[in-house]
Each structure stands twice: as structure tokens, then as C-alpha cells.
Design a protein around this ligand. Structure first.
Ligand SMILES: [Zn+2]
Length: 165
């Protein structure tokens, strides 16, 4: 399993100087460390050997766990893995794919709301995205629009505006 800390740290719970350094410099967060340990503890029971956890974003009551691998492994059958992780860290968790496909990442984050589309706009001051979500899904969004825009902007390193239509 791939996690932001090394396997030995995830299993022992004590951070080596390398992982401690990453935590102190802010390259990884305490939540990344906690989730790595949690996933390691759940790995044998839930067959997470091939799973990959790249980073987590803390949203207060909930957290988003990003993977560059198979989303299904971390969700688990009937969401058993995701709910076991959530119980351990005391937050609702959702799993999102991070990588080349911006649409996929956004779809995972806003689920069960449906993504209508993403417009990519190139302007002199950098790349911008317009994220379009159905107005009917407003009430099932995990975050309000402001919070979503902040999160997307940080994730994609671009200015992002989410709109209902
Ligand atoms: Zn380590």
C-alpha cells in the first residue's frame, strides 16, 4: 500500500526522521499521518495491499482522501472500507481520484451531485475552470459553493468558479 508516510511508520505509529521532517515542514499533515496508520491497520482485513493514498484534505466534519490508484479499493464493497476509516478518524470520508482527469476528481468530490461539465478557460492571468453542477443537486452537495471553489482552486492550482445551471 502506498501512503504519504513510509510503511514502517504507518505500521509502528512512530515517525522516522524522514516522515517527521515532512510533517514538520508541512509537506504532509497530521491527518495524512493518522489516515496512513488507520489504513495500515485496516489493510489486512480489507485487502488494501494494492491501494494508494496520496493525501487528504480536512473539511472539518468530513475529509477527502485522494488516491492516484483504484478508488474502489478505498471505498470498499458497500463502502465498508470508507466507513471503517471514517469511524477511526471520527469524520465522514469520501474517496476521490487525483491525477490527469479534472472531471473525474470533481465528480468524486461532489458525489452524489452530478457534474454537468467543466469548462477550461485560458486567460492571460492563468488557467481558469468553470464547474457546472445541476441546480437540482444543490441540496446534496457535500460543501457549499464557496468551500468547493476554495478546495478546487487549491487542488488544481487555478481559479475555479462553480455554478448551478
Ligand atoms: Zn517514515
Amino acid at each position: 500500500m502506498k501512503t504519504p508516510i513510509c510503511e514502517l511508520c504507518a505500521s509502528s505509529g512512530v515517525l522516522c526522521s524522514g516522515c517527521e521532517g515532512k510533517l514538520n515542514s508541512g509537506k504532509i499533515s497530521q491527518l495524512d499521518v493518522d489516515l496512513s496508520k488507520t489504513l495500515h491497520a485496516l489493510s489486512s482485513e480489507h485487502k488494501l495491499g494494492e491501494a494508494s493514498f496520496t493525501r487528504a484534505v480536512d473539511l472539518g466534519f468530513s475529509a477527502i482522501i485522494f488516491t492516484d490508484g483504484n478508488v474502489g479499493l478505498l471505498v470498499g464493497q458497500n463502502a465498508r472500507v470508507a466507513s471503517a476509516i471514517g469511524k477511526q478518524v471520527g469524520k465522514r470520508v469520501r474517496i476521490a481520484k487525483e491525477g490527469a482527469d479534472v472531471r473525474q476528481t470533481i465528480s468524486d468530490i461532489i458525489f452524489p451531485a452530478k457534474l454537468l461539465g467543466v469548462n477550461e478557460i485560458f486567460s492571460p492571468d492563468g488557467k481558469k475552470f468553470k464547474v457546472r453542477i445541476s441546480r437540482r443537486d444543490a441540496r446534496v452537495l457535500p460543501l457549499d459553493l464557496d468551500a468547493l471553489n476554495k478546495l478546487f482552486s487549491k487542488l488544481f492550482n487555478a481559479s475555479v468558479k462553480t455554478e448551478f445551471e
